[in-house]
Design a protein around this ligand. Structure first.
Ligand code: GLP
Length: 259
């Protein structure tokens, strides 16, 4: 089962997730992170930036979870640009140490296989940060994505395009296609941290953590992973049937236990 930690707000989640990352990098300076984009991971990246002097990030490497297809590379909402802004620059990383799937339309047929090779060559992902879409997607693995899928091109659902329209001038500007790590790729990471904040995520989060395993709810695949930590605020936790048990578990954690 996933460890579900219900926190007061996103900042507390950002603090806990940063602890995990900092502990990992202290133990293994060339750790490989998996980086989500969107609004959800921002408190984690802000907290890492605030604590960047607690640890040497210079050897850390990272892989983005996904990228839009067809945006110019300098477009501010390409995930390359977002990660440069939110992670690479604040932490003073070498931009070459953070890989992003190739979103150039002309190369998309082999972008997935190329990216899988790069992840493999880096020794795999140690810790993957995940958000969750309102339709239950992780990365951009929309409902019906195979649990065995690897990095590949996907078509965004109208719901995801509408959800992400806030980042663009108009809904029509949201790309239709993307390259995303597959669910199988995500499940190979050694530790998954899934974050969810706000009431819009409550139904998907409950289905992911407590519902049946189904490709119709891509995030339910995390139930098959041996090391998952879910940090969720009260609003996103509102539909969890076992919320009281998760609180009980957290309040009675053995002192030696880490996330
Ligand atoms: C986005 C990203 C996902 C993200 C999810 C939730 O479109 N591709 O990686 O986790 O959808 O987004 P947000 O955190 O902005 O709610």
């Amino acid at each position: 089962m996933s460890e579900v930690v219900i926190v007061a707000n996103a900042e507390v989640a950002g603090h806990y997730a940063s602890d995990c990352i900092i502990d990992l990098v202290k133990a293994k300076p060339d750790s490989v992170l998996g980086l989500a984009t969107g609004s959800t991971p921002q408190p984690v990246y802000r907290e890492l930036s605030r604590r960047q002097h607690d640890v040497d990030f210079s050897r850390m490497r990272a892989f983005a979870l996904d990228e839009y297809i067809g945006l110019p590379t300098d477009h501010p909402e390409s995930y390359r640009a977002v990660l440069n802004r939110e992670v690479v620059q604040p932490l003073g990383l070498n931009p070459g140490s953070v890989k992003v799937p190739n979103g150039r339309a002309s190369d998309s047929s082999h972008a997935g296989a190329d990216y899988e090779r790069e992840i493999h060559a880096a020794g795999g992902i140690d810790l993957q940060i995940l958000g969750i879409g309102t339709d239950g997607h992780i990365g951009f693995n929309e409902p019906s994505s195979s649990f065995a899928s690897l990095t590949r091109v996907k078509t965004l659902t109208p719901q995801t395009r509408a959800d992400n329209a806030r980042f663009f001038d108009s809904a029509d500007d949201v790309p239709m296609h993307c390259v995303t790590q597959g669910i199988g790729t995500i499940l190979r990471a050694r530790h998954l941290i899934l974050l969810a904040f706000g009431s819009a995520k409550a139904e998907a989060l409950a289905a992911a953590v407590e519902g049946p395993l189904t490709a119709s709810m891509p995030a339910s695949a995390i139930q098959m992973h041996p090391h998952v930590t879910v940090f969720v605020d009260e609003e996103a936790a509102a539909s969890l049937a076992n919320a009281d048990y998760y609180r009980w578990v957290f309040d009675n954690r053995p002192e030696w236990q880490t996330f």
